[in-house]
Design a protein. Structure first.
Length: 556
């Protein structure tokens, strides 16, 4: 069987035949591993300059993703009609939940049929998978744990609110809860190694989903209260001392306001506040997730991440899932869960630019596993990849989309063509991302001796009118050489300046529209005259997504 080995967008494998299925079943039953290479042959993260890339079968891979609705993956029949949609939308990766309640319906009795059928269907359609572990928590709650866990609250205790009422949330302060999750997650990862280790259809794992405490900022379970009133854990003390002056501002301010203490309980050290409650929650959630992730990692080392439900403006801890891997708590999560490779935003509200800026750090590559599916999605994906070297972008409930009406379809077509070029140039200061609208109409980028000024095309007096007041344009810039650029996207006008004092004027030598076929540039029209405003700018109309290649020159 050929491997799914195209790092760009359309993975390549032969159809899963009856013989392949028989072999897979034999491997599962015999317990043999199908992994024949060393650790570096598995999907992993690798640094290229300032970028971190996902490597699949030895090649960089750009995730053009879509996340399934919460219940979709529980029924192969329900999902089956959607695969054609995914291909039509130029997706190469589907993010799909896998459910503890289906995998372990009885304690110690495992049923991986829902997982295996999902993998087989993905292979058949030449699509890769990122699996989302709906284990102890999903959106703060424990609705996906099996009935044998739900019904035995003596053995598997719940979190409690400040009134002492039990919640539909397993507490993080229970060895029984943790041990049960560790066991099933390790079993899942062992099964994936056996069933999929050679094909590597599954390329990444999300551990839990949007963890955090709500409607209180911390758990009031008896064991949680005991931990809150006890001495700061030594691991957290070590974290404070090691980070010191480089602590994130929010945590640093809390610690310094109390005199930088390292002895005492949480309120002794940080004071009495909702922020202290949340800090406590973040540490213990991160430690719980770390132990689950580490148990799975021992069985099969795939890249792992945690996703965050973001804070709405004006909300305080307890009004959102508090203690999750949020921007102001990234240091805590990095220290508490080192087996988790990256912390990722689920973006549904607020400024897309601001959220992506906060999550992109030298120690935290950007991956957007979940975002609202809107007319802005296409350019948001291009922006994230161009500006922040994002590993990928994945709108939610993708099975509900109509490929014919989604701007995302056309944006993904562009990204799929450009993926080899983008991946080659990432991390070298040769890419940038544009995200433009009426509220952010301009952006400016410097590449060597040139400045590229970009503006929102619908605001130009010669542009076709756009009725949608929330319309968003943007795209990606890739510098191919000192005087040559790829600009791809929608709704953008670009003008050029020279920084060369001897030749202070930038001229447009040529603009070609075109396509990339198997990584090779195929020029189409030479854009001049009205299309380039008589050589004064390049224009990517909002009504379409285009790839244009421009060559510049300088003169006095």
């Amino acid at each position: 069987m050929r491997r799914l080995n195209d790092p760009a967008c359309r993975t390549q494998s032969s159809l899963v035949t009856a013989g392949n299925m028989f072999l897979a079943v034999i491997l599962v039953l015999s317990g043999r591993t199908a992994v024949h290479g060393q650790e570096n042959a598995l999907p992993h993260l690798r640094q290229q300059g300032t970028a971190t890339q996902l490597i699949v079968h030895g090649k960089p891979y750009l995730v053009l993703g879509g996340e399934l609705g919460n219940s979709t993956a529980s029924s192969l029949d329900y999902l089956r009609p959607a695969w054609a949609k995914f291909l039509a939308m130029h997706l190469n990766t589907i993010l799909a939940p896998v459910y503890w309640e289906l995998i372990e319906p009885k304690e110690g009795v495992y049923d991986f049929s829902s997982v295996d059928s999902l993998i087989v269907e993905a292979r058949r359609h030449e699509i890769r998978l990122v699996l989302l572990w709906f284990g102890t928590w999903k959106n703060s709650m424990s609705s996906y744990v099996p009935s044998w866990v739900k019904e035995d609250d003596a053995r598997f205790p719940r979190s409690k609110d400040k009134r002492g009422r039990s919640m539909e949330t397993l507490t993080a302060f229970s060895a029984s809860n943790l041990d049960a999750d560790k066991k099933i997650f390790a079993t899942l990862m062992r099964h994936l190694r056996t069933f999929d280790g050679d094909e590597q259809t599954v390329i990444m794992i999300q551990v839990e989903n949007e963890v955090g405490m709500i409607p209180d900022a911390r758990d009031y379970n008896a064991e949680a209260t005991k931990a809150f009133q006890s001495e700061l854990p030594q691991g957290f003390v070590n974290f404070l001392q090691q980070k010191g002056a480089s602590l994130q501002p929010e945590v640093k301010k809390m610690w310094e306001s109390g005199g930088r203490k390292i002895a005492g309980n949480w309120e002794d050290v940080f004071g009495k506040s909702l922020q202290t409650d949340e800090l406590f929650t973040a540490w213990y959630f991160s430690r719980y997730v770390e132990q689950v992730a580490a148990a799975g990692e021992k069985e099969y080392r795939l890249p792992m991440y945690m996703n965050a439900a973001l804070i709405r403006e004006g909300y305080v801890p307890g009004q959102y899932p508090s203690g999750g891997p949020l921007p102001h708590l990234l240091d805590v999560w990095k220290a508490g869960a080192p087996s988790v490779d990256l912390l990722a935003p689920d973006i549904y509200h607020g400024s897309f630019v601001d959220w992506t800026t906060k999550f992109k750090r030298a120690d935290n590559p950007l991956f957007i596993p979940e975002a609202g599916l809107t007319p802005r999605s296409g350019v948001e994906g291009l922006f994230a990849v161009g500006q922040f070297d994002a590993i990928g972008f994945s709108p939610f409930a993708i099975e509900s989309a109509d490929p014919a009406t989604q701007r995302l379809t056309r944006a993904n077509d562009v990204l799929s063509q450009l993926a080899p070029v983008i991946l080659e140039h990432q991390g070298k200061g040769m890419t940038a991302g544009m995200l433009l609208d009426r509220g952010r109409p301009e952006s400016r980028f410097t590449f060597g001796e040139y400045v590229l000024n970009t503006s929102f095309e619908p605001l130009d007096r010669w542009a076709a009118p756009v009725a949608d007041s929330t319309a968003c344009g943007g795209g990606i810039i890739v510098q191919l050489g000192p005087n040559e650029f790829i600009v791809a996207g929608s709704g953008v006008i670009v003008t050029f300046q020279s920084l060369n004092k001897d030749r202070p004027i930038a001229g447009i030598e040529s603009i070609d529209e075109g396509v990339y076929q198997n990584g090779v540039w195929k020029p189409g029209r030479r854009l001049n005259g009205d299309q380039s405003h008589q050589g004064r700018h390049m224009r990517l109309p909002y009504a379409d997504f285009q790839i244009q290649r421009v060559k510049l020159y300088q003169y006095r």
